[in-house]
Design a protein around this ligand. Sequence first.
Ligand SMILES: Cc1cc2nc3c(=O)[nH]c(=O)nc-3n(C[C@H](O)[C@H](O)[C@H](O)COP(=O)(O)OP(=O)(O)OC[C@H]3O[C@@H](n4cnc5c(N)ncnc54)[C@H](O)[C@@H]3O)c2cc1C
Length: 340
Amino acid sequence: MKLPSFEYFGATTIEEACSLLHKLKGNGKILGGGTALVNYLRHRVVVPRAVISISRIRELDYVRYEETTGLTIGACASIESLVRNPTVAEKYPGLYSAAKGIGVPAVRNIGTVGGNLCLDTRCIYFNQSRFWREAHMPCFKRGGSLCHAHPSNKGCQAVYQGDLAPVLMALGAQARIASLGGQRVVEFSDFFSGEGKIPNRLRFDEILIEIKLPSTGCDQKSAYRKLRIREAIDFPLAGIGVAIKTEGQRQFVKSVRIFAGALGPAPVELIRTEEVLIEKSVDEEVLQEAVEQAYLEIEPGKTVVDNLCMPMYYRRRMIKVLLRRAIEDALSLRPSKDAA
Ligand SMILES: Cc1cc2nc3c(=O)[nH]c(=O)nc-3n(C[C@H](O)[C@H](O)[C@H](O)COP(=O)(O)OP(=O)(O)OC[C@H]3O[C@@H](n4cnc5c(N)ncnc54)[C@H](O)[C@@H]3O)c2cc1C
């Protein structure tokens, strides 16, 4: 399928990219690695007047760790650079696991961390050819006023399927955002809108430039597990990111954050499940109670919607399995395996 025509700009500085976005007044699209955007363009999911590549902005391509400040990741760092970074594997094993489970090596080498976090939402009723889309009544994402997946929904329920966000959010990551007017730093819970139609709160003239993760103490562990049809290539159909701090041999939980991804328009924190685990020693009984609570917390038609290639009831049930495995991985309760 041919690309639509558009103007192309190769920005070499953050200021240049921001200035172009500003001038284009919402008609410009940022291009990271292009592994997702090129498909959106081919299928006319987006038809911008101009595409601004940021892949030549050297100052956006880094992964750095300092004991005092933690991990900082430039938006143009490739996904593979996370997989190859020994500090990420050692100190943020959940992030390593999420990165390693993305697509295939070719996608990870070209796809950027920023692009992954700014992915558009997907839905089987929307991610179709233009011909198919236009044969149906426009849904919310196409500017209409209905949701084909769940007609009683009052808004778009397309799913954000990025793998990195749930575990980054569990680890307490922040996003640094640039525009012509300056920079701002936000929590990822404020970065995502929770709306399928436009999944993040970036303004039309803003670029995600950096992801910041706090330093991990030696007692912090993390893990990520995803559900997908094949062992490679596939986007998550559900995912669980866990960051947990424990003390003592009986794994007494001092703090825990759990985010479920690929269920709805943004990763969701499983707060009531965290409450089951906090200030308890993780044994089989507590683990079972936590996974049952997670199942209850994922409400069909609300937290999880039937709009991907696997039924929502199955995806909901699999949250129990993913959570159990993620906690077991994090606390080394069984031999760790890369994202499965
Ligand atoms: C075969 C295949 C398998 C895949 N499997 C997975 C998977 O398992 N898990 C997964 O999470 N993803 C998967 N992906 C999706 C995607 O390739 C990756 O998420 C990748 O990281 C996207 O990065 P990119 O740099 O290529 O983004 P691009 O395609 O360049 O951009 C994606 C979107 O983000 C915007 N954008 C990019 N960078 C920025 C920025 N810095 N600031 C603001 N907006 C920005 C673009 O305008 C565009 O809307 C897969 C893709 C393919 C083709």
